[in-house]
Design a protein around this ligand. Structure first.
Ligand code: EPU
Length: 337
């Protein structure tokens, strides 16, 4: 276990905020985590701590006067090797995209559409990451966690109550359990999901679909739209896509026949926040050093030296403009710390 006081967080958040934490602790095993949770050190910070992954979905609005914890549990093992599937148990600190690469290299299907998503395995199970018609809950079998008293608790996928970018770990049990391992169920026979955007066209241009072709196509699409955090600080989609009543959607569609949409149920439709941001004129514009990405309006970027407050102010302005013009409230997906 590593323990640092007054620790710089620049390398731990993809938005590139140069802030510090009073204490930073990184552990390598679940046993180390248990010992730490039962220590006087943790007791002092029990009410002022956050647990981070790769910091790819966070916005620090200033120094963090508390404890920041990070998992470096990085083991991967095959728990079950059946005729049609494998169960893989993976440490929460394993880099998500390395895990997808492992699956694709071993002919294991289910995670390939989630290629190139920044972040780590632990956060994948908290956040229910998703892209190109797949959510990680589709391949989660169970989630191993530790309560703050150091006792283990395993959640089945159903107990995690997964929804769109949501789980019990973000709601009722927020801050109460720390993910140590995730058990994924991957299929040996792929069921390709290619119906999102131009994914099918790209994959089929190469011939019969393969896991590797899907991985390469998804990675290429993401690279073409999403800024590289190493070059331009950002946290991926800044907002979730809003779900609105069908009647409101119909009124919007009458004015803008081109608005993309996704039917949720008979009464609800999801519309892209990126489209709304673009149509209130914010795409590519900035407020101080915070800006709206010019190729994907859903992504806010740090053009260099932006503070968390500047990014928050930009987000606030965008929300207000969308609410004023369309009567739709969009909410950040990124967590403000
Ligand atoms: N659009 C615009 N203008 C923009 C951006 C998007 O009009 O500036 C329109 C696009 O033309 C398209 C629609 O909005 O018709 C949807 O755009 P896109 O396919 O790029 O997806 P998204 O809704 O913007 C979501 C996820 C992404 C995920 C993609 C692909 C959320 C909050 N975001 O974005 O996830 O990669 O779909 O599945 O659901 C993330 O969570 O960080 C993330 C990047």
């Amino acid at each position: 276990m590593r323990r640092y006081e007054d620790y710089p967080l620049l390398a731990h958040n993809t938005f590139g905020m140069d802030v510090r934490a009073s204490l930073f602790v990184e552990y390598d095993t679940a046993d180390e985590l248990r010992v730490f949770l039962r220590s006087a050190d943790f007791d002092r910070y029990r009410r002022r701590f956050i647990h981070i992954g790769a910091g790819s979905n966070l916005l620090f609005t200033g120094d963090y006067d508390g404890l920041v914890m990070h998992s470096a549990i990085r083991d991967l093992s095959v728990l079950e090797d059946a005729a049609e599937h494998q169960l893989l148990r993976v440490g929460s600190g394993y880099v998500w995209d390395d895990f997808v690469a492992y699956c694709v290299a071993h002919g294991l299907a289910g995670a390939e559409n989630l290629s190139a998503i920044p972040g780590e395995v632990g956060a994948s199970a908290v956040q229910n990451i998703g892209a190109y018609g797949v959510e990680v809950c589709d391949v989660i079998e169970r989630v191993e966690t530790m309560g703050l008293d150091g006792t283990q608790r395993v959640f089945s996928a159903a107990e995690c109550r997964y929804g769109y970018r949501d789980s019990i770990f973000k709601k009722e049990l927020r801050g109460q359990y720390i993910v140590t391992h995730v058990v994924y169920r991957l299929a040996k026979t792929p069921t390709f999901k290619l119906d999102y955007g131009d994914l099918r066209a790209r994959v089929e241009a190469e011939g019969v679909p393969t896991l590797d072709a899907v991985r390469r196509a998804v990675t290429a699409i993401r690279d073409s739209k999403l800024p590289d955090p190493k070059v331009l600080g950002n946290a991926g989609s800044f907002f979730t896509n809003p779900v609105i009543p069908t009647a409101q959607y119909e009124a919007l569609k009458a004015l803008h026949p081109d608005i993309p949409s996704y039917v949720i149920d008979e009464q609800h439709v999801k519309v892209p926040a990126g489209w709304l941001i673009e149509h209130v004129g914010w795409k590519g514009r900035s407020l101080g050093a915070a800006a709206v990405h010019d190729r994907q309006a859903l992504v806010l970027v740090n053009r260099g030296g932006a503070t968390g407050s500047e990014v928050m102010a930009l987000a606030q302005r965008i929300c207000e403009d969308i609410n004023a013009k369309y009567g739709i409230r969009i909410v950040p997906e990124v967590n403000y710390i």
